[in-house]
Design a protein around this ligand. Structure first.
Ligand SMILES: NC(=O)c1ccc[n+]([C@@H]2O[C@H](COP(=O)([O-])OP(=O)(O)OC[C@H]3O[C@@H](n4cnc5c(N)ncnc54)[C@H](OP(=O)(O)O)[C@@H]3O)[C@@H](O)[C@H]2O)c1
Length: 307
């Protein structure tokens, strides 16, 4: 099969297409024919250095996938050949979703939302599960709480705004001015232009901050939290800021989550969670997808299609 692999850790030019052996599904695994593969910052961060991930013999990037079950291994109960599925299998171990086929533990996937195309469904798993696990599982957002989402137009942020709204929260997003219409359309009650204002000058009494930026943004975010407030930062564990008493801060790392995917799919089917796909490119242009993504200005998601 065709797959995009990493020849050596470094720039996007090191992503190359190769003929590799098609994987076989083992116990409780399914073989998925990939229709579309979503692109995430962890794809280019690991391509650059190889850090964080447990790699196989041929380093193959990508986790987000939407496709059709081609074959099932022994013991699988949830899927059969022909089912349409989506997910982010195996993370943080190698999955190799930038390929014609990927093998996944069956319960790292869920049925693809019937209302979405494969391109839209491939935009969901890693970014929407991150938002779900941070807001719902870790921060336990309650109806009426005030939620601040940084980078609200980005991959994680644009799902976080919609998930927080669906949980009944009051949502404030940060974004540059050109992206304010988008963030409002996603349901945000307020949008702050982080380039012309310091958000801590205009935002206060926040219950939950979802911080996709880390560094000084995480540190400044502590100031806007009220007592009982929770901050979840995403870039890395070193981005967790010190907090005063009564306020908590933590890092979460997204993980495969059959139940979370089902809840995300249900929201999508109700029309409460809509993926924004800014750029669609064929698999052979994976390097170009990384060049665009690495600029950090994406509105929504970048998705690769596999013919
Ligand atoms: N821990 C985990 O499990 C986990 C999971 C997923 C992602 N992450 C990490 O979380 C981060 C975000 O991921 P992502 O997929 O959302 O990235 P992304 O889609 O590449 O984010 C791009 C967005 O960031 C916005 N942005 C950049 N600087 C900003 C600032 N100072 N204030 C507000 N918005 C700003 C940009 O909007 P403008 O053009 O308006 O600036 C753009 O819309 C990455 O570091 C990623 O590695 C971690």
């Amino acid at each position: 099969m065709r797959a995009v692999v990493v020849e050596q850790w470094g720039g996007p030019e090191n992503l190359v297409e190769r003929e590799v052996e098609r994987p076989e599904p083992g116990l409780n695994e399914v073989l998925v024919r990939v229709h579309a593969a979503g692109v995430n910052p962890v794809d280019w961060k690991t391509r650059a250095s190889g850090a964080l991930i447990e790699w196989g013999d041929v380093p193959a990037v990508g986790w987000d996938v939407s496709g059709t079950v081609e074959a099932v291994g022994p013991g699988v109960s949830v899927f059969r050949a022909g089912d349409e599925v989506f997910g982010m299998p195996l993370f943080p171990r190698q999955a190799g979703a930038y390929a014609e086929y990927v093998v996944a533990p069956a319960r790292h996937l869920a049925p693809k939302p019937a209302t979405l195309t494969h391109v839209e469904a491939a935009a969901l798993p890693l970014a929407a599960l991150t938002a779900w696990q941070a807001l719902v599982d870790a921060a336990r957002v309650r109806p009426g709480e005030r939620v601040l989402v940084h980078a609200a137009a980005g991959g994680v942020g644009h799902f976080a705004v919609q998930i927080a709204k669906a949980r009944g929260a009051y949502v404030i997003g940060t974004a540059s001015a050109a992206k304010h219409d988008l963030v409002r359309r996603l349901g945000a009650d307020e949008v702050v232009d982080y380039r012309s204002l310091r958000f801590e000058d205009v935002v206060a009494d926040i219950d939950v901050v979802l911080d996709g930026l880390g560094g000084e943004t995480a540190e400044r975010s502590v100031k806007v939290l009220r007592k009982g407030g929770r901050l979840i930062t995403l870039p890395g564990p070193d981005d967790v800021p010190d907090t005063p008493e009564g306020v908590k801060a933590d890092w979460v790392l997204v993980e495969p989550d059959h139940l979370g995917l089902r809840q995300i799919a249900a929201l999508a089917e109700q029309g409460a969670l809509k993926p924004v796909v800014e750029t669609v490119l064929p698999l052979e242009q994976a390097a170009q997808a990384h060049r665009i993504g690495e600029q950090g200005r994406t509105a929504g998601k970048i998705v690769l299609t596999v013919a």
